[in-house]
Design a protein around this ligand. Structure first.
Ligand code: GLY
Length: 358
């Protein structure tokens, strides 16, 4: 990580840069207040003469790329993540005359960076894309690492591509505009970083928490870009998290569900004798520190969660979880169902899914 002390954001804090080391496909992730205004420099470095800016934010929050630009309003939200939307975007790019040496800019949450990233991957068989993630969740996870995807009626993220951006600009000014529940939601992915090698990020500024989370993700992605092994670590807390999202019909948000999944992962690792009681308790302390839910929402049953956990994409051999252990976190397959059920049964229950389920 490098602190660019010569460049300071509007709040006086330095801008931070994390390099994602992928050789000729490597790129910087830049973090700080007001960093969105450096977009013209990024576009100039790419050499694009025209840019399509797909933004979920109003015009005053969508930076000028400094060249001739097509502006398209994004369809934020899971319903917008469709192949039909990708086709429409590519059509708009073509009508505008975007060439393969031009560029696409996405500005929005993870659903925007996912769909626009896929359109950029497909248009002319791939044009440069720059992400300006506006949610905390997208800044610490979705916009970094090159995964792009849209949903099918049959499931989430079933059609996608690996397409690394040329740069990611994480402007912390965007976070000041988020509803409280959405801001806290982003901490779910920061909390899980504590257990996958990022260290204790409590007490750091938000910018440094983002930078440390991105730095850990960048290390992992640079070693396993295509998700064949190590990258599974990023799914800490996600097996139960995804099950909880589905069981609550997405009333529990992704970061909230990952938070509960992280507490559960600690308890499960404890039940399997992989970690001691202090480390189990640390899971609860960390998640609670960030103001996230720690118990199962009311109305979901252990049987339902176990069935959904079996559908997890990592599960090649029975129930599979990323679990802490003596050598750190790792993928653990074939976890006995009775242990999973017993740990779920012992989890505290909350009154309802959502922000009050803390
Ligand atoms: N969000 C997990 C990954 O990028 O692999």
């Amino acid at each position: 990580m490098t602190d660019s002390e010569d460049r300071r954001g509007g709040d006086g804090s330095p801008w931070l840069t994390i390099d994602v080391d992928l050789g000729e496909r490597g790129y910087p992730v830049r973090i700080g207040a007001g960093i969105r205004h450096t977009l013209p420099e990024v576009i100039a470095a790419i050499g694009a003469r025209r840019v399509a800016v797909v933004s979920a934010r109003p015009a005053e929050w969508t930076p000028d790329p400094g060249v001739d630009a097509l502006r398209v309003e994004a369809r934020d939200g899971e319903r917008g993540k469709s192949l039909a939307w990708v086709e429409e975007l590519c059509g708009r790019f073509a009508e505008f005359g975007l060439t393969r040496s031009d560029a696409v800019v996405s500005c929005g949450g993870g659903t925007t960076t996912d769909a626009v990233g896929l359109a950029a991957a497909l248009y002319h068989r791939g044009v440069p894309v720059v992400h300006l993630p506006t949610s905390l969740l997208a800044q610490v996870d979705a916009s970094v690492g090159g995964k792009t995807a849209v949903n099918l009626p049959q499931g989430k993220n079933l059609v996608g591509a690996y397409w690394q951006p040329r740069a990611v600009l994480c402007d912390t000014d965007y976070l000041t505009t988020l509803p409280e529940r959405e801001r806290v939601n982003g901490y779910g992915e920061i909390a899980r970083c504590h257990f996958i090698g990022a260290g204790d990020l409590r007490g750091l500024s938000t910018a440094r928490q983002i930078a440390a989370s991105v730095a850990r993700k960048a290390q992992i992605v640079s070693l396993d870009e295509r998700d064949t092994g190590l990258r599974h670590l990023l799914n800490y807390g996600h097996t139960l998290g995804h099950a909880l999202e589905r069981a609550t019909d997405f009333a529990l948000r992704h970061g909230e569900a990952v938070a509960v999944g992280t507490v559960f992962a600690g308890r499960l690792a404890g039940a399997l004798g992989r970690i001691g009681p202090e480390r189990v308790a640390e899971h609860l302390d960390v998640v609670r520190h960030y103001g996230l839910p720690t118990g199962l929402p009311a109305g979901v049953t252990t049987g339902e969660l176990v069935s959904l956990a079996r559908l997890d994409k990592k599960a090649t051999d029975g129930l599979t979880f990323v679990l802490d252990g003596p050598d750190g976190a790792e993928l653990v397959a074939g976890v006995p169902e009775e242990t999973v059920s017993a740990v779920l049964d012992a989890m505290p229950r909350q009154s309802r899914a959502g922000a009050s389920a803390r």
